[in-house]
Design a protein around this ligand. Structure first.
Ligand code: FES
Length: 261
């Protein structure tokens, strides 16, 4: 059940230029937050800007009731959020959206994240490990400094490989090139992915060619975040029929093959 909470910011730092990690205390939301869900944050205490901004949940510390989100400054709203300081309060609504599923009998999962798309996969990786699933994460970015999530995955002891477009770290090329190299090395039962749409279209193609099921999390502009405005409609195929789904409530997680790219 979604809640609105005044959340105390306990950590807010710029990791690389334009990329921020924000942790706040919101125990009621943290208690229920599942991997793949998002929070909708009012970026200032005033009503300007009017609309909240959606952020995928990057990590949850249930003991202290904190949630961490990771974001990139892309416009006015995120620029205003980046000015928020530790000990300030934020108005947070959540948890929202359909989470990733954790299929029974899953032994090995492959997670593929591009850019800030790694954010929801970090929390998912942690939960999968708690469920004794063997997890491999593939991380892709333009260059080494933007390989987000690497340090937290290392701290969690999660197996990961990286690719960079410029070859400054890991394999030179796109993360989907790395995926093609890795996918047949182990028998993966399930794939999860989040990142730019061309990347997820390619992940879909690679997974379907091998008959591996999985899920994608879409990054979409949202206004209301609760299914009321239709501002996040996305074309999907369900039961063989084309339809429009609301990313905020029907997603942001969809089955591989459902989303029309
Ligand atoms: Fe309003 Fe999805 S953001 S319906």
């Amino acid at each position: 059940m979604r809640k609105v909470q005044q959340a105390l910011v306990i950590r807010h730092r710029e990791i690389v230029p334009g990329y921020f990690e924000l942790e706040f205390i919101a125990p009621e939301i943290a208690r229920e937050a599942l991997p793949g869900q998002f929070v909708h944050i009012r970026v200032t205490q005033s009503l300007d800007p009017l609309l909240r901004r959606p952020f995928g949940i990057y990590n949850v510390e249930k003991k202290i009731g904190s949630i961490t989100v990771f974001y990139r400054v892309v416009g006015r709203g995120t620029r205003m959020l980046s000015d928020v300081h530790t000990a300030e309060q934020l108005d947070v609504l959540g948890p929202l959206g359909r989470p990733f599923s954790l299929p029974r009998y899953m032994r090995r999962a492959l997670l593929i994240g591009g850019g800030v798309g790694i954010a929801p996969l970090v929390y998912l990786a942690r939960v999968l490990c708690e469920h004794k699933v063997e997890v491999t994460v593939l991380l892709g970015a333009s260059t080494s400094g933007y390989l987000v999530g690497k340090d937290i995955l290392k701290r969690m002891g999660i197996d990961f490989m990286v690719s960079t477009d410029d070859g400054s770290e890991g394999m030179k090329g796109r993360v989907t090139d790395l995926l093609e190299r890795v996918i047949d090395k182990k028998q993966f039962d399930y794939i999860y992915s989040c990142g730019p749409e061309p990347m997820m279209a390619k992940v879909t193609e690679i997974a379907q060619a091998r008959g591996i099921n999985g899920e994608l999390s879409l990054e979409e502009h949202m206004a209301c975040g609760i299914g009321a405005c239709l501002g996040c409609a996305k074309k999907v195929i369900r039961n063989g029929t084309a339809a429009y789904a609301k990313v905020c409530t029907d997603g942001p997680v969809f089955k591989i093959g459902e989303v029309v790219f």
